[in-house]
Ligand binder design. Structure first.
Ligand code: KIV
Length: 272
């Protein structure tokens, strides 16, 4: 299948909508630090998500709930210093936007001012409509996130596929249309049936980026550490591992340990 690909120097929210119009799929990956963000940006990824999955991947928490706004700002500002081309979207963490629209706006402004991120992402539909509108009115671009929204894991009780039942599927479709109507520039759909995700992507004009949502959408996102195989405990069906970095790194590090113990490292050329 031929891939339509224009050479964009800098990705903006407008570029993503143009990509959808032109049928060019959008690539998105997470990054949480300077070094990884530099590699991801140089590899041509369109959108870098400073996801609250940093709570799991970087801090080792079981869920995304514990990460704070200050920690998200720290991660996002490290990423921003590395990026020249990609659009950088930063997750608003749990507890920073749910209580009221003013708090949501304050949190979004902190992200934009203190990290230099280009847009924010919030989880949820009609329940947080007023907060999203408030942020948008301040001129801050918003990416929506529907389906399996990990900040609600204790409500769902499981990480299983969402919106398999008609009522939840219809609400998701209505929420997606509402997010488009109020001015979001894109939506992430996580772990929902592929047919529903395709239906949503065809029903709205803003890009729909899927994770575990099939290939009938406008782009794909994965957690970087999962796709390069640095993590290995987590193997959902939707994950394609492009490397087994966990194995490569443990092999290299074990070799280093062996070399140090055997006084093989450093050798004559590796000292002054
Ligand atoms: O936090 C994150 O990494 C995300 C992606 C899974 C979409 O929200």
């Amino acid at each position: 299948m031929s891939v339509a690909k224009k050479d964009y120097k800098r990705i903006t929210t407008k570029t993503l909508i143009e990509m959808k119009d032109n049928g060019e799929k959008i690539s998105m990956l997470t990054a949480y630090d300077y070094t990884m963000a530099k590699i991801v940006d140089s590899s041509g990824v369109d959108v870098i998500l400073v996801g609250d999955s940093a709570s799991n991947v970087m801090a080792g928490h079981e869920t995304t709930l514990p990460i704070t706004l200050d920690q998200m700002i720290y991660h996002a500002s490290s990423v921003i210093r590395a990026v020249e081309r990609a659009l950088v979207v930063v997750d608003l963490p749990f507890g920073s936007y749910q209580s009221d629209p003013k708090e949501a706006l304050r949190s979004a402004i902190r992200i934009m001012k203190e990290s230099g991120g280009h847009a924010v992402k919030l989880e949820g539909g009609s329940e947080i409509k007023d907060s999203i509108k408030r942020i948008l009115h301040a001129g801050i671009p918003v990416m929506g996130h529907l389906g399996l929204t990990p900040q609600s894991i204790y409500k769902f009780g499981t990480y299983t596929v969402r919106a398999k039942e008609e009522a939840e599927a219809e609400k998701l479709l209505e929420d997606a249309k509402m997010l488009e109507r109020i001015g979001c520039f894109a939506i992430v759909l996580e772990k929902i049936p592929a047919a529903l995700a395709e239906r949503v992507a065809k029903s709205i004009s803003i890009p729909v980026i899927g994770i575990g949502a099939g290939n009938g959408v406008d782009g794909q996102v994965l957690v970087l550490h999962d796709m390069i195989g640095m993590t290995h405990e987590f193997s959902p069906r939707f994950l394609r591992r492009y490397m087994n970095l966990y194995e490569e790194m443990t092999t290299a590090i074990s070799q280093y340990v062996t070399d140090v113990k055997a006084v093989d490292f450093p050798n004559e050329n590796e000292q002054y």
